[in-house]
Design a protein around this ligand. Structure first.
Ligand SMILES: C[S@@+](CC[C@H](N)C(=O)[O-])C[C@H]1O[C@@H](n2cnc3c(N)ncnc32)[C@H](O)[C@@H]1O
Length: 345
C-alpha cells in the first residue's frame, strides 16, 4: 500500500467504502473512483483539522466522508455535483455515517460555491479545461487546490496539478502528477462513451460503439468533413502495427511530453473501444497509439502520419524521455482564469 499521512491512513481504515460506493442492491455507483486514486489526491491536499474545504464532484460521497473525517468536527466540507440523484444520496448518507460537518449542493463546480467560501482547500474529481478564476477568488490566503486540469485544448489531456496561493492574487503550481478523470460537465450526462469536452468528430457503429477525434485542425467547416471521412477510414480500413514505443518505455511520460509540446496535428481519439489514444492526424491520414503502453498504433490513410508519430518519438528519446517529474508548470492568465502549460525546467 502506498504511504499516506497517518491521519489519512486512519480515515481510510475508519470509513466503510462499500457503504458509499454500493447502492442498497449491491451495485456499484457508476461515478466511483478507485480508493487508491482518491487517497493519492487527498494525500496531496495537506488537509488539517478545522479547515473548510470545497469538493467538486461528490460522486458516491466516499471522498467527501474522507475529507470530513480529516477536517474533523471543527471543519466543514462543501461538496458540489451536477447529478441531483447523487447530491440527494450523499445528503442522506454522510450525516448517517457520522459526518454532519458536510453540505452537499447541486451546482456546477466551475463556479465554486461563492456563498460558502473562502475555502482553505479545494479538490476536484473531474478535469477542468483551465483553472477557473472563481476558485482563486474563493480560496483563502495560503490555500491549496488539487485538481486535474487540461494541458491542451483537446479531450483527455488532463493532468493532476497542485496549486498554491501564497499572496492575494497570484496562484502557482508546485506539483504535476498523472490523473485521468472525466472532463467537467455543467449538466448531468446522458451517455458515457463520448467525452463531454473537446470532441470534434464522432460516430457510433451499429452496435452503439463510439469513435471520436479531438484536435484543433478539425475546428473549421472544411476540415470537419475531412475529419469525418478520416474517422470512417479508421473505423473500417484501419491497420494495426507495432510502435511507436518499445515495451517497457514509459508511455505515461511520452503522453505527458506530447501534451506539453503540443506538436502540429496532435490528436486524441477513441476508436470503438474504451481505450484512449493519442498521436498524429491530418486530413488524409492518422497514426494513433494507446496511452497505457504506446506499443501499438492504429493507422489509416497516408502512411506519412506514421512517420510524423515516429519523428516525435525520436525527439522525445533524444531529449532523454522526459515526463511529468521533469516538467515545471506555468499558469497564464486569461479572461476567465488561467491556462496550464508545462515544460522541461
Ligand atoms: C470521478 S466521479 C466522483 C469521484 C468521487 N469523489 C467518488 O469517487 O465518489 C466525478 C464526479 O464529478 C461530477 N462532475 C462532473 N462535472 C462536474 C461539474 N462541472 N461540477 C460538479 N460536479 C461535476 C460528476 O457528476 C461525478 O459525480
Amino acid at each position: 500500500m502506498p504511504s499516506y499521512s497517518p491521519a489519512l491512513t486512519a480515515a481510510l481504515a475508519a470509513i466503510d467504502e462499500d457503504a458509499f460506493v454500493r447502492r442498497t442492491d449491491g451495485t456499484l455507483v457508476a461515478q466511483s473512483s478507485s480508493q487508491q486514486i482518491i487517497a493519492d489526491l487527498i494525500n496531496r491536499l495537506d488537509l488539517q483539522p478545522g479547515m473548510t474545504v470545497l469538493e467538486i464532484g461528490t460522486g458516491t460521497g466516499y471522498s467527501t466522508a474522507l475529507l470530513a473525517h480529516l477536517a474533523g468536527a471543527e471543519g466543514h466540507i462543501v461538496s458540489v455535483d451536477v447529478v441531483t440523484e447523487l447530491v440527494d444520496r450523499a445528503r442522506t448518507l454522510l450525516p448517517a455515517h457520522g459526518y454532519p460537518n458536510t453540505t452537499v449542493l447541486r451546482a456546477d463546480g466551475v463556479q465554486g460555491a461563492p456563498e460558502h467560501g473562502p475555502f482553505d482547500r479545494i479538490i476536484a474529481w473531474a478535469t477542468a479545461p483551465h483553472l477557473p478564476a472563481a476558485w482563486i477568488t474563493q480560496l483563502a490566503f495560503n490555500g491549496v487546490i488539487v485538481a486535474p486540469i487540461a494541458l491542451a485544448p483537446i479531450s483527455k489531456s488532463g493532468i493532476g496539478t497542485r496549486i498554491r496561493l501564497t499572496d492575494d492574487t497570484t496562484p502557482y503550481i508546485d506539483q504535476l502528477f498523472p490523473a485521468g478523470f472525466v472532463e467537467m460537465h455543467g449538466q448531468e450526462l446522458d451517455q458515457w462513451l463520448i467525452p463531454p469536452y473537446g470532441i470534434d468528430v464522432a460516430c457510433r457503429d451499429d452496435t452503439g460503439r463510439a469513435s471520436w477525434l479531438s484536435s484543433p485542425w478539425l475546428r473549421s467547416p472544411e476540415q470537419y468533413l475531412q475529419g469525418q471521412h478520416l474517422l470512417d477510414n479508421l473505423a473500417t480500413k484501419r491497420r494495426e502495427i507495432s510502435g511507436p514505443l518499445e515495451p517497457g518505455e514509459p508511455a505515461a511520460d511520452f503522453r505527458a511530453w506530447l501534451l506539453t509540446t503540443q506538436p502540429d496535428g496532435l490528436t486524441t481519439a477513441a476508436l470503438g473501444d474504451p481505450t484512449w489514444r493519442i498521436g498524429h492526424a491530418h486530413p488524409t491520414g492518422a497514426a494513433l497509439t494507446d496511452t497505457r503502453t504506446a506499443t501499438t498504433m492504429i493507422t489509416a490513410g497516408d502512411p506519412d502520419a506514421i512517420d510524423v508519430l515516429l519523428t516525435w518519438t525520436t525527439r522525445w528519446r533524444d531529449t532523454g524521455r522526459p515526463g511529468l517529474a521533469d516538467f515545471g508548470a506555468n499558469l497564464t492568465a486569461f479572461h476567465d482564469g488561467w491556462t496550464v502549460s508545462a515544460g522541461v525546467d
